[in-house]
Design a protein around this ligand. Structure first.
Ligand code: FAD
Length: 446
């Protein structure tokens, strides 16, 4: 079967949805969204666990309270998404060693500050030759979580912090704690241009379970082939698959992508970031807002280092979350959840003693092994310049690229994906208007 659309959008994550919305608002209603999985949202994804909604992917609205307003924060506010302020600044007082002793707060605060300072210094040292956006004299706020998590978990070799988020939008972070999930704001956005009923999208322009495997492109258009044997024709394609997917062989391009493109794609690193959820029969950890985050200091870097309790978000839920990254994420993805539970329990028994109860349930997301993701988010190396992201973003003929990895300033974030979708659609609209001017007697849809 075959049909032709003005624009096919591949992927229904935040960037695909925002791209489609901009096109629809600008009169391009003849669009088709092909999504590989059985739901919209992509890396914004909730799951029921232990009686509440937990976020397997994006959890925070990062960058709030600054001079400019984070658009995702605005949309979330408009739709009444429930959020909780995350105060990371106290994490430094909650550092446990292997025998369960809390580091004396003075020392902990001092080494914590040193750790952050040296991470900042690293960024500054490298700044001159790699254009990292560190404002002069700006103190990086101690609550910047990713920097700290990554500093503690990895050898800080990389530009780990897309600092523009904090500079532009502010230093505060809010955890989404809403039973409808972070993805609720996406459904609300989709409602503006897709037909929905009782919270479900019933518009046949959104097709789920459509895994795109081939893009055949020419001056005249793009032929899109899906795994289930369908063929779709389009004047233009917007591709929002993640950087990890672009690095994999899931999608075959005919003709192949040019070298400048594939080389740029290879240059962007993929970060794996895993939140493991553990449900307990009762809580045995100290609670209160200043105890939300705690750190386990183990000689092996990144070994079950960063913990969070969910009592602020969901009182009485008795859930702990531990964050792993890169190597540790991949290691844990490859083993059974029972094995992971054993490791996590042994860490918790180091900290809180042998009497604590074993978790009754565990949830281990596998972003690395998910062939529609292949990682958690893009991480441009500190030595890369804007050319890399510009090349990754640049269209190839009639194929346009979007996704968080195409956002020069906000890659790695939900708002990066959201703004990238808008940018790419605007670029495509310019192209379409140009085509229409040059071919006045031909309809765009031909
Ligand atoms: P995606 O959401 O990946 O959307 C792309 C879509 O394309 C997917 O739905 C995928 O299924 C589909 N697709 C892929 N290949 C194909 C194909 N061949 N055919 C058809 N469809 C295809 N951001 C924050 O702002 N705050 C956070 O706290 C935060 N934490 C995070 C924690 C984790 C564990 C992860 C994984 C991410 C986190 N992020 C966070 C990042 C944020 O989730 C992403 O930046 C954003 O959701 C990416 O949106 P996107 O549209 O670019 O990509």
């Amino acid at each position: 079967s075959s049909s032709r659309s003005a624009v096919i959008i591949i992927g229904a994550g935040v960037s695909g949805i925002s791209a489609a919305k901009v096109l629809a608002e600008n009169g391009i209603a003849d669009l088709l969204i092909l999504e590989a999985s059985d739901r919209i949202g992509g890396r914004i994804r909730k799951e029921s666990f232990g009686g509440v909604s937990v976020e397997l992917g994006a959890g925070w609205i990062a960058g709030v309270g600054g001079k400019a307003s984070n658009p995702v924060w605005e949309i979330a506010a408009k739709f009444g998404l429930r959020t909780c302020f995350s105060d990371y600044s106290n994490a430094r007082y909650n550092i446990y060693d292997r025998s369960g002793k809390i580091f004396p707060s003075g020392i902990a605060a001092d080494s914590y500050k040193k750790a952050v300072d040296s991470a900042i210094q690293r960024l500054r040292d490298l700044e001159s030759d790699c254009a990292v956006d560190v404002p002069n004299g700006a103190e990086l706020p101690l609550q910047v979580p990713q920097l700290i998590i990554v500093f503690l978990c990895l050898n800080a070799e990389k530009k780990v912090e897309p600092i523009s988020t904090y500079v532009d939008f502010g230093e505060r972070e809010f955890l989404v704690a809403d039973e409808r999930g972070y993805e609720y704001f996406l459904y609300k956005m989709a409602e503006d241009f897709l037909f929905t009923s009782e919270g479900r999208i019933l518009d046949n322009r959104l097709k789920l379970n459509k895994v795109v495997r081939e893009l055949q492109h020419s001056r005249n258009g793009v032929t899109v082939k899906t795994e289930d044997g369908f063929v779709y024709e389009a004047n233009y394609v917007i591709l929002s698959a993640s950087i990890g997917v672009l690095q994999s062989d899931l999608i075959c391009f005919r003709p192949p992508l040019p070298r400048w493109k594939t080389e740029a794609i290879e240059k962007c690193d993929v970060m794996v970031y895993t939140k493991i959820f553990l449900k307990f029969p009762y809580k045995f950890w100290p609670c209160g807002p200043d105890k939300e985050f705690f750190i386990y200091a183990h000689e092996r870097r990144g070994y079950y280092t960063f913990w969070q309790h969910m009592e602020n978000a969901y009182p009485g839920s008795n859930i702990l979350v531990v964050t792993l990254t890169n190597g540790e994420s991949k290691r844990v993805e490859a083993q059974s959840d029972a094995e992971t539970l054993k490791e996590a329990m042994s860490v918790l028994r180091d900290i809180f003693g042998p009497e604590i109860p074993t978790a009754t349930d565990i949830l281990v997301p596998r972003w690395w092994n998910n062939r529609f993701q292949r990682g958690s988010y893009s991480n441009y190396p500190i030595i890369s310049d804007n050319q890399v992201v510009n090349d990754i973003k640049a269209p190839v003929g009639r194929i346009f690229f979007t996704g968080e990895h195409t956002s020069e300033r906000f890659n790695g974030y939900v708002h990066g994906g959201y703004l990238a979708g808008i940018d790419t659609s605007k670029d495509l609209l310019v192209e379409i208007r140009k085509y229409e001017r040059e071919n006045e007697n031909k309809s765009f849809l031909l």
